[in-house]
Design a protein around this ligand. Structure first.
Ligand SMILES: *Cc1c(COP(=O)(O)O)cnc(C)c1O
Length: 451
């Protein structure tokens, strides 16, 4: 299996190359050259454990990784999850189901991709006999999940920049209380934008980049999307066979990575009837899917911070299919969007995807309502998925984070605390953060000293 760029100006690469590169050199995103047809296969997968399903699925894509290595990585990838099903499915009533994706080490769905990616990175280091330095800037969740994916891995060091005092105390503890020698949590004296600007400048320095084998933690790595496909398959195989063809999968959405994974599973021949993109008040995707207008707006911080985005970077992969796999069309749309901050589609093909938008006031109301109705507590991101559930067909809502990660909103909404032993344990651990100025020179010097 080879992988192509959405912009069509990069020669096809192997799975391992696509993972190592992250972004394609032409600025596009990698996709499989052709999507495998699962329609004759998924029936035989119903009895597999989660790691076995992961292995079977990746065997179709990671054709340049030896089968026994893939099996070993798949078996090890989710051993830090605290539920035997890895992604348990829970039924709230006749027509409402929840897929719990928060049983990993950082209690959010990003662990599904980053735990497995940690193994893939380590495998590459070992087969190429190289080391790796991962550098990223985060406003919270992605940094924590990336750190826990690389925790204690041989030959990899990870440096994560975050704005000092501007991530939640729990998020900071998830990054800075690991006790691992290969992890460096750098609290930058500045904003997230300052941290990100410093990181970008460092990546532009070819000499430094090559010497330290610098790699980015980015949300667009193909392996992340493929790892997320697996829980859609897993959930699908566990829904009641007589009605599963009617279910709408409801996905709290920011960068479009999560919902894209499900949509690809449908394109591979698993008959999922449709998807709903559930946004918070930062609603660029809601506007796109309801009006065909893809237009930037200012970000307004919300109760669901991991969905506070401007540009949904993974949307380009969907666009490639919507534009009939024509890279020239993708380039034209992306160029105009970059230049003007807007693209108005004359005839937007939203396929089987609908959208909803949830304000902060509605989030608090929904958390209360779901708790009263089912005695179940949802986090603010998952709450967005409960807005306007379909009256015509059953829904499967993806629960993307554990409510205990957002104690203030939960307390305010239902009047009691949500706790989790992993988070409680963090409160007792020593904080090992490194305060540094928000300058390129300071970050560079830190990596030189510790890399
Ligand atoms: C990252 C994140 C999201 C958004 O996921 P995308 O793949 O960016 O759409 C939703 N909920 C939580 C808790 C997240 O951490």
């Amino acid at each position: 299996m080879k992988f192509i760029s959405t912009r069509g100006q990069t020669p096809p690469v192997s799975f391992s190359e696509a993972v190592a590169l992250g972004l394609a050199p032409d600025g596009g995103l990698f996709l499989p050259e052709s999507l495998p047809d699962l329609s004759g296969r998924w029936q035989g997968w119903a009895k597999l454990s989660y790691p076995e399903l992961l292995r079977e699925f990746f065997t179709l894509f990671a054709t340049d990784i030896p089968a026994e290595d893939l099996a070993r990585m798949a078996a090890a990838a989710y051993t830090k999850f605290d539920h035997p099903d890895v992604a348990p499915l829970r039924r709230l009533d006749e027509r409402t189901w929840v897929l719990e994706l928060f049983h990993g080490p950082t209690l959010a769905f990003k662990d599904f991709a980053l735990q497995f990616l940690g193994h893939l990175y380590e495998h590459q280091c070992i087969t190429r006999n190289q080391s790796l330095t991962v550098l990223g800037a985060t406003s919270g969740d992605t940094g924590a999940a990336a750190i826990h994916g690389l925790l204690g891995r041989a030959r990899a060091k990870i440096f994560i920049l975050y704005p000092d005092g501007r991530v939640s105390p729990l998020q900071e503890r998830q990054m800075a209380c690991t006790g691992a020698e290969n992890v460096f949590a750098l609290a930058v004296d500045g904003t997230f934008d300052d941290a990100q600007a410093a990181m970008k400048t460092i990546f532009e320095d070819q000499e430094f980049r090559v010497r330290h084998r610098l790699s980015a933690v980015n949300s667009i790595n193909l392996a992340r999307v493929l790892a997320q496909c697996v829980y859609y398959l897993w959930a699908w195989l566990r829904l009641p066979p007589d009605t599963r063809g009617d279910f709408e999968f409801v996905v709290p959405t920011g960068n479009f990575g999560n919902v894209l994974a499900g949509w690809l599973v449908q394109k591979m021949g698993v008959p999922i009837s449709g998807f709903r993109v559930a946004t918070n008040q930062n609603d660029i995707l809601y506007r796109l899917f309801t009006t065909g207008d893809y237009a930037l707006a200012e970000v307004h911080p919300s109760h669901a911070p991991s969905m506070d985005i401007q540009v949904a970077s993974n949307f380009e992969r969907f666009l490639y299919f919507a534009e009939d796999r024509d890279p020239a069309r993708v380039r034209a749309v992306m160029e105009e969007f970059k230049r003007t901050g807007r693209y108005k589609f004359a005839n937007f093909k939203r396929d089987s995807i609908t959208a909803s938008r949830t304000s902060d006031a509605e989030i608090a109301h929904i958390i209360r309502d779901v708790h009263t109705r089912y005695g179940y507590v949802v986090d603010p991101h998952t709450a967005c998925g409960f807005k306007d559930l379909s009256k015509h067909r059953p829904s499967l809502v993806l629960a993307t984070a554990h409510p205990a990660k957002f104690p203030e909103v939960i307390k305010e909404s239902i009047g009691c605390e949500s706790t989790h032993p992993t988070l409680e344990a963090l409160k007792a651990k020593p904080l090992e953060k490194h305060r540094i100025p928000a300058t390129v020179a300071a970050v560079r010097a830190f990596i030189e000293a510790h890399g």
